[in-house]
Write a protein that binds this ligand. Structure first.
Ligand code: AVJ
Length: 323
């Protein structure tokens, strides 16, 4: 029987407190913003899974193509006893790594870490059924805020941070995050990092503004989260989805544009937020990388890049690095 364990790393009220503080600072700032981690309630996690299957959203398929090709090499290069995955979501692509590490015979424990408890539970139970010899230890945590990995984790460990989620962090946040991650690793450990790459802006914008409108719904879902968790009075239909490419920063931004002048009450914060007609609220930055930037940022955080792989079309990059 597989052991499936779930740990909440933070006090039960942490998420409530963090949401209140993010909403208070983001919605009283100019321009207004919200951090993307609040997209991922149960509905948001489902919508993201739907996004990964859209014809326009290539990153998941491109990264899976690399993993399919390289999982054996990654397993052999890391000999991991523990696989830690940050932002594991559905753990769908992880199976390629789990299979390769299982064939190698080194893997004992899988530690998926995610903000979404519902996604962790679902994935954890599936993996429990499919990998009977593996100990699965899920951790509900906001790894952008604090990164302490479970102490019991045995090395060598492989930390996987896939999907391009690093791009959700701003450059200074990325530097702090990678440095904190480096300090959790010992000689012999490894980091597997997925990064979406700079490409034709039309391709990028389409990936974040799909024809079926799933990304628009995903974006607006953050307002449903605020309505439910903070008793806010957002009407998601009074906002429209915006995706744009910033060529200077080399990132995609998602925004919600107020279609009219409106006031939104957030009683839990004793706050009334005013939007002008056309005013935009930034909900996500998704940075796109070039190899040089990935290597520079890894090096600055104390990692050495050992391998750099892309899919055949050069859309997505996968790095294997060591402390
Ligand atoms: C899960 C953060 C990698 O930035 O591409 C998908 C989230 N946002 N469509 C990304 C997302 C809009 C996704 N990551």
């Amino acid at each position: 029987m597989t052991a499936f364990e779930l740990t909440r790393q933070l006090p039960a009220d942490h998420f409530a407190d963090a949401l209140r503080s993010d909403v208070l600072s983001g919605l009283t700032a100019r321009p207004k913003w919200l951090p993307p981690k609040w997209f991922y309630d149960q509905r948001g996690s489902e919508l993201f899974e739907e996004i990964t299957r859209l014809p326009e959203y290539y990153p998941t398929r491109a990264e899976r193509a690399i993993l399919t090709e390289r999982a054996g090499t990654i397993a052999a290069a890391t000999s991991a006893r523990t696989l830690v995955e940050l932002g594991s979501g559905s753990s769908e692509k992880t199976r390629l790594l789990l299979d390769a590490l299982r064939s190698l015979g080194t893997l004992e424990t899988y530690v998926p870490v995610d903000v979404s408890e519902s996604a962790l539970r679902e994935a954890g139970h599936q993996l429990a059924a499919d990998y009977p010899e593996l100990a699965v230890h899920g951790v509900v945590s906001d790894f952008t805020a604090s990164l302490a990995l479970p102490r019991a984790v045995r090395g060598p460990k492989l930390v996987a941070f896939l999907g391009g989620t690093l791009g959700n962090l701003l450059p200074a946040e990325r530097a702090a995050f990678l440095t904190a991650l480096r300090s959790e690793l010992a000689p012999g450990d490894s980091l597997l990092l997925g990064t979406d790459l700079v490409k034709d802006p039309a391709v990028l914008v389409a990936a974040y503004d799909d024809a079926a409108g799933v990304t628009a719904e995903f974006n607006k879902n953050v307002l449903n989260v605020l309505d439910r968790e903070l008793d806010a009075g957002f009407e998601p239909d009074a906002f429209e989805h915006v995706a744009l490419w910033d060529p200077e920063q080399e990132w995609i931004e998602m925004r919600l544009r107020s279609t009219r002048a409106q006031q939104v009450k957030i009683p839990a914060l004793d706050l009334v937020v005013r939007f002008a007609e056309g005013e935009e609220l930034r909900t996500e930055v998704s940075a796109k990388f070039r190899r040089e930037r990935v290597e520079r940022e890894l090096t600055a955080a104390g990692f050495a890049l050992a391998h750099w792989w892309t899919d055949p079309e050069g859309r997505f990059g996968l790095s294997l690095a060591h402390p």
